[in-house]
Design a binder for this molecule. Structure first.
Ligand code: SF4
Length: 312
């Protein structure tokens, strides 16, 4: 099937077993994209009434047909599960490089179920998947985990999705982090923690076979040209998601003091212009994305001097 790596990994942490299944063409075509395919798989895999933090919950990492292709702004992938926060369907989209790397390693997705006996991490390297002891990683932050996993693999270019202490301790809104970006709502990190799965690393050297390579490259060039002409895209490129701070605050929807209020009196100190002028040190991009909406920001002075943050 063009546009797909063709395989999905099935990981049963209770049994310590890893199997492969063909990416189901029927679902991939009927429910196009990572979100559609993820929802279709979850619907099929998850039994009704499952406790989201029990071994029976299923955590799916899934990509779409454009992930890992040169199409701009298309490296995105999804985590799909039953949310421990809402007890309902959860889908979370994220950028970075992990989704593309997973496909280069030969897989369109990973279906994780069960619970490991002890902290575990999963490596997926060019068609070979293995479970490893993560005892020494447990308790590390996600940044520390990325460094530790890459060191273990002796590969600085491995891409890692991991949880920190919030996920380990089953905080119901815990994130999964990857490339300084967050699978950031509904508590997918707690589901990963409930399975004692600390991290997944992917590294591959394959590619994605497409039906019309020339057509894809033409489309890529057209999209990039359109992005350069488009004022909204240029603004997004310059400011990232901070451009939404003022309009969201004006609309009374800016989450303030744990959403006790929807308006924050101090947005002038953190809005798009202030961040760009005073804090942003460099723009960062996801795989093959010319928009580079990510911002690496550092506080230069004062009480919070040297605090840094990277995100969209
Ligand atoms: S850099 Fe920004 S616009 Fe580009 S894929 Fe990543 S999140 Fe999307």
């Amino acid at each position: 099937m063009f546009g797909y790596a063709g395989e999905i990994l099935r990981v049963d942490l209770t049994r310590g077993a890893i199997e492969e299944q063909e990416t189901p063409e029927k679902y991939a075509r009927a429910f196009l994209g990572a979100r559609g395919l993820g929802a279709a798989l979850l619907y099929r895999e998850l039994k009704p009434g499952v406790d989201p933090l029990s071994p029976d919950n299923v955590l799916i990492f899934i990509t779409g047909p454009a992930t890992g292709t040169p199409l701009p702004a298309c490296p995105r992938w999804e985590a799909t599960t039953k949310s421990p926060l809402t007890n309902m369907y959860l889908c979370c989209s994220v950028g970075g490089f992990f989704g593309a790397e997973l496909r280069f390693a030969g897989y369109d997705g990973i279906i994780v179920r069960g619970k490991a006996e002890s902290p575990t991490w999963l490596s997926i390297l060019d068609g070979k998947a293995e479970l490893h002891d993560a005892g020494e990683f447990w308790g590390l932050t996600t940044e520390e985990t990325e460094v530790a996993v890459r060191k273990e693999l002796k590969d600085k270019r491995a891409r890692v999705a991991s949880i920190g202490q919030a996920g380990e301790n089953l905080v119901r809104f815990a994130n999964i982090q990857t490339d300084s970006r967050s699978i950031g709502r509904g508590g997918a990190g707690a589901v990963m923690g409930s399975k004692q799965l600390k991290a997944i690393a992917a590294r591959g050297h394959g590619g994605i076979e497409v039906a019309d390579e020339e057509g894809l490259m033409t489309l890529m060039r057209e999209l990039i040209a359109e992005m350069k002409r488009n004022q909204a895209v240029q603004e997004f490129s310059k400011f990232g998601t901070t451009q939404f701070i003022d309009p969201v605050n004006e609309g009374g929807l800016f989450p303030t003091r744990n959403f006790q209020a929807g308006v924050f009196e101090g947005t002038a100190r953190i809005n798009a212009e202030t961040m760009r002028e005073q804090l942003v040190k460099k723009d960062t991009a996801c795989y093959a994305c010319p928009i580079a909406c990510g911002k690496y920001s550092v506080v230069a002075e004062g009480e919070y001097a040297n605090t840094f943050v990277e995100g969209p």
